[in-house]
Every structure is written in structure tokens, then in C-alpha cells.
Ligand binder design. Structure first.
Ligand code: SAM
Ligand code: SF4
Ligand code: SF4
Length: 378
């Protein structure tokens, strides 16, 4: 517990954010670079397959588990525009990652649809091809607030699919969780628009926080049963340091599956690909599938193929990392594609992150400062 700065007589659970964004780390450019042949592996043998790109650190929501108002208030300092990677810079870095084996790119944030002309970036990334000539799987995660307006433009620009975050169907609970009084009906309209224009199957992500929205599990399952959308339940995670995370507030995915299965029988199904974060279950009656993402109770680090690029161009090799590697410094420092490609390879080959696997055994892991989810994206 920390003393509340505005009201020193009070204790509060929100922890001020240490500004980890400012710790610079210029990547090493190795004398002998690994050629980009799409076969990069880290120190634990994990390939590089996914790149998540945060396009803004701003958001129009203040979800209690991600950007609590007490920390992300009017005095919070977001990154100045000049610090953000331009669309050209993002595309340049993304193309180097694709050459090293990335075939899946997800745009995230903050709220990615707040980034002006985001569809232009989508079009630039959609033009990239894997070394064997395949198009990328290009997706975007959004809170859905602007999706009804933007869905067609995103589809036309070449986006493959969207994931929409929605934590409750009950309007009062939803407004409490987004903490900006945003109505659930607008997000549902966004999901419908995305399906209608062909951005489906839409994945609907629900973070379950015990005591806050666990009563919504079954209503959400019933609503999306048979709709074509894939509802995924995400365990509330200890990302960042601002949300005052407690293990007691995590509802294990096994309980979610048991709870839904009692009402609507489920059977386990195989993953779509190695390293898929969600464990898949299907309704026995043919009403579609759900997924559970058990980042806390069942770590999946051994299959983690994800790299993350922050809004201002730092590469993070784990969601729970404290430090990023400043690729923007290389981009703006006049380094060649070969140099930057070599630096990316060198960083990935040295990667040994497995925070979630160590979480339970190492209390100090939890205590150390970590980057915020709103900064690096999901
Ligand atoms: N604003 C967009 C959205 O909400 O979809 C994209 C960024 S958001 C950081 C990406 C995902 O992270 C969302 O699905 C959100 O629910 C999830 N998320 C944020 N904080 C979380 C936490 N503490 N535990 C689990 N998931 C979290
Ligand atoms: Fe914004 Fe997404 Fe974080 Fe909610 S989860 S505060 S919508 S970035
Ligand atoms: Fe990957 Fe880090 Fe999450 Fe493990 S804790 S699955 S290494 S992002």
C-alpha cells in the first residue's frame, strides 16, 4: 500500500508509475550479422513469429485493470508526437521482422483506433510479404469504441481480423470497468460492423477480475454462443505496476471453463498452431468455440514467439520486461537495414524471458517495476 499523494491521510492501492519509458538501451550491432532467412530462434529455441506494434500510448477508456484514473489523470505525461514512430518507420522495422520470420502482426496500444489515419498504416503493412511470398496475418486489438465508424476502412486497407475487448454485457458493470461511462451498446455495434464487413471471426476478449465482472461470464457466453464470434476469457494479469494487482482477484481459467461447461457442455479442441496463447474449447451443441488465456495459472512461456514494439520504437522481448531496446535510435541514427536487421537478430538470439513461468516461484519478480500494458499493448 502507498500513501495517496493527493490525500496523505488515506492509503490507496494504486501505485504511481515509475517512468521506465525513459531508460535508454541502444542495441548492439554485431560484427557478423545473422542473415534474415526466417529461421531465428532465441536462447530457449523459440522462433520469432509474432510482432505486436503499439501505435499510441493514449486511450479514451480508463479500464480499472489497465489505466486506472488515479494514475492516468490529466497530469499524466503521454509521449510527445515527435517521439512516436512514423508509419514509414513502423513499416521499415516491421519489414525487417518479417524477413526474420514474423508472419503475424497485431496493432495495439493504448487504443489503436485513436491514431490518426491508422488505415494508412494498415495498408502499408498489408503490402508486406513473408520470405516465401505469403501475405501477413494482420490484426488489431481495440476497445471497440470507434470500430463501427472505422471497420469498413480497415477492411478495405487490408486488415485480416479484429479482436475487441469487452468485459461485460451489463451496462452498469461495463461503465464501471471502462471508468469513462462508455455504453456497452456502442461496442456491440462495433463488433457487428466488423463481422458485417468481413473482419471476422471477431475475437471478443473479456478480462475477468474476481468480484468485479465474474458474474458476467455466463451472460457473455450465452450472448456470443452461435454468433460466429469467439469469446476469450483472459486471466487478470500483473502487468505494469499501476493497477494494484492481487492474486486473489484472479479467477483461474479452469473455473471459467467449468462454470460455462455446467450450463453449456464443452469439449477441448486442438490449437490452431503451436504457440497459440488461447486454449480452445467448443460447444458440444455446435454453437461455436470459446478460448481461455491462462497467463497467470498456466504459463505458456515455452511457446512464446512474440516480440513487442512500443509506440516510440523500443523492442520488448517480454510483456513483463522492465527495459526495451531502442530501435528508433538506430532508425534515426542513419544505420543501414543490414545493421538494424543484425541488431534485431542479436537481441532475439539472446532472449531468455519467461516471466510467467517464474512468477509463482520468485516473489521478487512481481515486485520489480514493469512496463504498463497501455504503453506496450496486449
Ligand atoms: N485498447 C485496446 C483494447 O483494449 O483492446 C488495445 C490495448 S489493450 C492494452 C490490449 C488488451 O490487454 C485488452 O484486451 C485488455 O483487456 C488487455 N489487458 C489490459 N490490462 C490487462 C490486465 N491487467 N490483465 C489482463 N489483460 C489486460
Ligand atoms: Fe484502454 Fe485497452 Fe487499456 Fe482499456 S485495456 S484502458 S481500452 S488500452
Ligand atoms: Fe512471453 Fe513473457 Fe508472457 Fe512468458 S511472460 S508468455 S515470455 S510475454
Amino acid at each position: 500500500m502507498e500513501r495517496c499523494q493527493r490525500n496523505p491521510g488515506m492509503t490507496e492501492k494504486f501505485i504511481p508509475v515509475a517512468d521506465l519509458r525513459k531508460r535508454p538501451s541502444i542495441p548492439v550491432i554485431p560484427a557478423r550479422a545473422t542473415a534474415p532467412v526466417g529461421l531465428l530462434a532465441d536462447s530457449l529455441g523459440r522462433p520469432l513469429r509474432d510482432l505486436r506494434i503499439s501505435v499510441t500510448d493514449r486511450c479514451n477508456f480508463r479500464c480499472v485493470y489497465c489505466m486506472p484514473k488515479e494514475v492516468f489523470d490529466k497530469d499524466y505525461r503521454y509521449l510527445p508526437h515527435a517521439d512516436l514512430l512514423s508509419f514509414e518507420e513502423i513499416t521499415r522495422i516491421a519489414s525487417l521482422f518479417v524477413a526474420h520470420g514474423v508472419d503475424k502482426i497485431r496493432l495495439t496500444g493504448g487504443e489503436p483506433l485513436l491514431r490518426k489515419n491508422i488505415e494508412e498504416l494498415v495498408a502499408m503493412l498489408a503490402a508486406l510479404k513473408t520470405p516465401d511470398g505469403r501475405p501477413l496475418d494482420l490484426t488489431l486489438t481495440t476497445n471497440g469504441s470507434l470500430l463501427a465508424k472505422k471497420a469498413q476502412a480497415l477492411k478495405d486497407a487490408g486488415l485480416t481480423r479484429v479482436s475487441v475487448s469487452l468485459d461485460s454485457l451489463d451496462d452498469a458493470t461495463f461503465r464501471r470497468m471502462n471508468d469513462v461511462d462508455f455504453p456497452v451498446s456502442d461496442v456491440l455495434a462495433g463488433i457487428e460492423a466488423a463481422s458485417r464487413v468481413g473482419l471476422g471471426p471477431v475475437k471478443v476478449n473479456m478480462v475477468v477480475k474476481k468480484g468485479m465482472n465474474d458474474a458476467e461470464i455466463l451472460p457473455m457466453a450465452r450472448h456470443f454462443h452461435g454468433s460466429g464470434a469467439i469469446l476469450r476469457f483472459i486471466e487478470y494479469m500483473d502487468v505494469g505496476t499501476s493497477n494494484g494487482w492481487k492474486m486473489e482477484e484472479v479467477l483461474p481459467s479452469a473455473e471459467v471453463v467449468r462454470h460455462i461447461g455446467e450450463a453449456m457442455p464443452l469439449e477441448a479442441i486442438a490449437p490452431n498452431y503451436a504457440g497459440e496463447t488461447a486454449e480452445r474449447w467448443r460447444y458440444v451443441d455446435g454453437g461455436g468455440e470459446i478460448g481461455v488465456i491462462s497467463s497467470v495459472t498456466q504459463a505458456f512461456c515455452r511457446d512464446c514467439t512474440r516480440a513487442r514494439l512500443s509506440t516510440e520504437g523500443k523492442l520488448y522481448t517480454c510483456l513483463f520486461a522492465s527495459d526495451g531496446h531502442d530501435l528508433r535510435a538506430l532508425l534515426r541514427g542513419g544505420y543501414s537495414e543490414a545493421d538494424i536487421s543484425g541488431a534485431i537478430a542479436y537481441l532475439w538470439q539472446g532472449r531468455a524471458d519467461r516471466y510467467s513461468e517464474l512468477r509463482a516461484s520468485q516473489a521478487e519478480q512481481q515486485a520489480r517495476r514493469k512496463i504498463e500494458m497501455s504503453y506496450i499493448g496486449g
